[in-house]
Design a protein around this ligand. Structure first.
Ligand code: PGA
Length: 262
């Protein structure tokens, strides 16, 4: 059975100093916890802002790989005249292993399009051995108008369109994040999450194949996940992990969230 994956998305919330301190505090408690629970610990990834990537990588090094580092975004090309962007190669140099792709905040505020997301998935999976965490999910109005299936299918199909033909043997994480559940304290129900996850699995299986999906794809849930509700989502048959925003910002709270899974 695959290990669960818990990803902390710190968004643009913590300064360099706070990121460093929280990563260090979290790393210390996880290292202690691993003495008892090493085999059961989920894969854990922290995604700080760009400016703190290197410091957070240094802070979690003592966990010997129990805590990894991810980036909240990345450009698709490795190098060139792309002012303000970050390269997958440069991020790899900093120890980054995961990249969040197509978060709804980027789609909404920064004009990230299906086309840009497809280029990123193609680049990270095929060329740069970075593991993308592709975020998909419907807005409140799509849910109300029952367009959820259509919206999610389109987001996934466009994102994987270029890896469909030459399926690389590399992991791909899909995070189901209903936009209306993010940062609201109002997560979707476990039943609803299970329903969407089977839709996602069905789409992946029909375009990438059942065996490929089972081996390389992982579906996680995000949207107001906390230590209190994580067990509703991260259980067999529902999600294989979680993308956590607000509840990952305090080292103690994030630690309790992980602890409650064990
Ligand atoms: P939240 O954020 O846990 O604060 O709802 C999740 C996310 O945006 O990834």
């Amino acid at each position: 059975m695959k290990k669960n994956l818990i990803v902390a998305n710190w968004k643009m919330n913590l300064s360099l100093k706070d990121s460093k301190n929280r990563a260090r505090e979290f790393a210390t408690s996880i290292t202690q916890l691993s003495e008892r629970f090493k085999k059961n610990l989920p894969h854990i990834v922290i995604c700080p802002s760009f400016s703190a990537l290197s410091a957070v990588h240094t802070s979690v090094r003592a966990t010997r790989g129990l805590v990894k580092v991810g980036s909240q975004d990345c450009f698709w090309d490795p190098q060139g005249a792309f002012t303000g962007e970050e390269s997958p190669v440069f991020l790899r140099e900093l120890g980054v292993e995961y990249i969040i792709v197509g978060h709804s905040e980027r789609r909404m505020y920064l004009g990230e399009t299906h086309d840009m997301i497809e280029k990123k998935i193609h680049s990270f999976v095929k060329e740069h051995t970075l593991i993308p965490i592709l975020c998909v999910g419907e807005k409140k109005e799509d849910r109300a108008s029952a367009k959820r299936t259509q919206v999610i299918s389109r987001q996934i199909l466009s994102a994987i369109s270029s890896i469909r033909k030459h399926k690389p043997a590399r992991p791909l994480v899909i995070a189901y994040e209903p936009v209306w559940a993010i940062g609201t304290g109002n997560p979707c129900t476990a039943r609803d999450c299970a329903r969407v996850n089977s839709l996602i699995k069905k789409i992946l299986s029909s375009y990438l194949g059942t065996a490929y999906t089972a081996e390389w794809c992982r579906i996680i849930y995000g949207g107001s996940v906390s230590a209190k509700n994580i067990r509703d989502f991260v259980v067999e048959g529902i999600s294989e992990g979680a993308l956590v925003g607000g509840a990952s910002l305090q080292a103690r709270e994030f630690f309790h969230l992980i602890r409650s899974l064990l």
